[in-house]
Design a protein around this ligand. Structure first.
Ligand code: MN3
Length: 242
């Protein structure tokens, strides 16, 4: 790298940092009543390389997930009772929201916030990915016959989700099951998603194009195959045990 390039890159970084600071200042004034905020990503943007690229992670976390939170907080303005709920309470109790327009806003953006927070924690660097606990491995074998068969069933659910949505491994009545939901729905949304898709999420995969298109373009199955390398099995096993 030449000195000129080095300087211009430094200038670029400085300009970017200043722009980011200005952006934070300009958006802070409306934050007093913000009910929900974004947790710090538990690893660097490039930690999942080469399976999920840094730019996809940066845009996915910094733009897409952040937008769901911003829109969720906007929808909750003036809703004191709903604003007091945790995100878990909110997504599990959506059927009780009578205002259809508000319910849709909370379903899309509250779901988007819950799902992405869950998704980030479902992943880790390939060197830390590990494997299912003995207890979870036994449950997977019991439900699907083998780990390989579980992966096939899960990948199939991810591939066949038409348009945007999620593939899930859920725990229901003590047993494991693979399901999928459209848009930002999830298996906790009682009354909104079919009863057969309800359960406790153990693992979730975002199959919206924004999750993979920069690197994989139309090749969603390739994204799913690569994603297995960065599943955080310690986290997934802990969820199963809970
Ligand atoms: Mn997403």
């Amino acid at each position: 790298m030449t000195t000129d390039n080095h300087l211009s890159r430094r200038d670029f970084v400085m300009t970017g940092a200043l722009a980011m600071g200005a952006s934070l200042l300009s958006t802070r004034s409306v934050s007093a009543a913000d009910a929900h905020s974004q947790e710090t990503l538990p690893y660097a943007f490039d930690a999942l390389e080469p399976y999920i690229d840094a730019m996809t992670m940066e845009i996915h976390y910094g733009k897409h997930h952040a937008a769901y939170i911003k829109n969720l907080n906007t929808a909750l303005e003036g809703q004191a009772a709903l604003s007091a709920l945790s995100i878990d309470q909110l997504v599990t109790g959506l059927e009780k929201v009578d205002d259809a327009k508000l319910q849709t806003a909370l379903r899309n953006n509250g779901g988007g916030h819950w799902n992405h927070t869950f998704f980030w924690k479902s992943m880790t660097s390939a060197v830390k990915s590990g494997k299912p606990s003995a207890e979870l491995a036994k449950a997977i074998d019991s439900a699907f016959g083998s780990f390989a068969e579980f992966q096939t069933v899960f990948a199939d659910a991810a591939a066949k989700r038409f348009g945007s949505g999620w593939a899930w491994l859920i725990k229901k009545d003590g047993a494991l099951k693979v399901t999928s939901t459209p848009n930002q729905d999830n298996p906790l949304m009682t009354g909104l998603v079919p009863d057969s898709d309800l359960g406790t999420p153990i693992l979730g995969l975002d199959v919206w194009e924004h999750a993979y298109y920069l690197h994989y373009q139309n090749r969603r199955p390739d994204y799913v195959t690569a994603w297995w390398n960065v599943v955080n099995w310690d986290e997934v096993s802990a969820r199963y045990a809970a």
